[in-house]
Design a protein. Structure first.
Length: 296
């Protein structure tokens, strides 16, 4: 009987002893509640004393962690039903705001702020866009768009939660439900692609037309230049032959000047006017005499 009582007292003491300590793990901080109310302050990692049974303790992570929001259904503006299997939200609680965040939103803060906002943002995004946009043309913008909206909301309402990145995996299209809408939207997509291709070939056509025009103009210019060159050549040829003509026509009278008759005439003109002219076999002597007279 006494042994039993001692045993009970010992085990009760052990439970009380264990209940008086709380261990705060690395990467977390310890918060305490008494009678349902959050107590002021927090504890750093290590072993801490608390009131047994009356005080409840919980460790809140302050390292970077990833929240997964899964199976988000949404309808596109065209009516197709999509399912986003997973959205990853990498986030961190700011240490100095942990207490306030838990005070405001309890330890379920990430449920309230991350899960709910992500679900709502994905739904808003889908309802504003077509299947083609959600699935293809706007898909690579969705991460940033959702992160921006999330950050905006958190800054206003829960500044203790810091978003590091958001990653949205490609949505699934439930075959049974949406096949019809999908067909319609795929048809639209095909038409869009067809339009783009037409635009491209139209552009190519226009481009080749412009190129041809430029080439024709170039050709015209080239032939004009060549023609001008030819004209210039002909003209210079003409000038050259004209000059040549002139020189030859000047040479001809010169040649005429030296005809025997002309030379004889010049010789006769060269004889002084007052001299006597003698003709006959003794002409030589007469010249001799004249020269002797002049010397005397
Ligand atoms: C998401 O949906 C799939 C199929 O509908 C299911 O197998 C999976 O367990 C769901 N995941 C979660 C986390 O609910
Ligand atoms: C807590 O709530 C108050 C009032 O709604 C708000 O002004 C404050 O920014 C919130 N703080 C955090 C850390 O969530």
């Amino acid at each position: 009987m006494a042994i039993n009582l001692i045993g009970i007292i010992l085990s009760f003491s052990l439970v009380i002893f264990l209940q008086s300590f709380h261990q705060v793990e690395e990467g977390t901080i310890g918060l305490y509640w008494r009678g349902g109310a959050l107590l002021k302050g927090y504890d750093e990692p290590g072993l801490h004393l608390k009131l047994p049974f009356i005080t409840r303790a919980e460790n809140i992570p302050i390292l970077v962690q990833t929240e997964y929001v899964t199976n988000i259904s949404c309808g596109t503006s065209g009516g197709a039903l999509l399912k986003f299997e997973r959205v990853e939200v990498v986030n961190r609680l700011k240490k100095e705001l942990v207490w306030e965040t838990v005070k405001n939103y309890s330890t379920k803060y990430s449920e309230i702020w991350i899960h709910n906002i992500i679900t709502q943002e994905i739904n808003d995004f889908c309802s504003l866009h077509t299947l083609e946009e959600v699935f293809i043309s706007l898909f690579d913008t969705i991460d940033d768009k959702i992160r921006d909206s999330l950050e905006h909301d958190l800054n206003n309402w829960a500044p203790g939660i810091e978003i590091i990145s958001v990653r949205v995996t490609k949505p699934l299209i439930p075959v049974d439900v949406a096949s019809n809408y999908e067909k319609i939207e795929l048809k639209k997509l095909e038409i869009k692609i067809e339009e783009q291709l037409q635009k491209i070939s139209q552009t190519n056509f226009e481009t080749s037309k412009i190129v041809a025009k430029i080439q024709a103009e170039e050709k015209k210019e080239v032939s004009q230049i060549q023609m001008q060159k030819q004209i210039a050549e002909i003209e210079s040829q003409k000038i050259i032959s004209e000059i040549e003509d002139e020189t030859t026509s000047q040479r001809i009278p010169n040649l005429k000047l030296y005809s025997p008759q002309f030379l004889t005439l010049k010789m006769i003109e060269g004889i002084p006017k007052d001299s006597e002219v003698h003709y006959g076999p003794n002409v030589k002597n007469i010249f001799k005499l004249k020269i002797e007279e002049k010397q005397n």
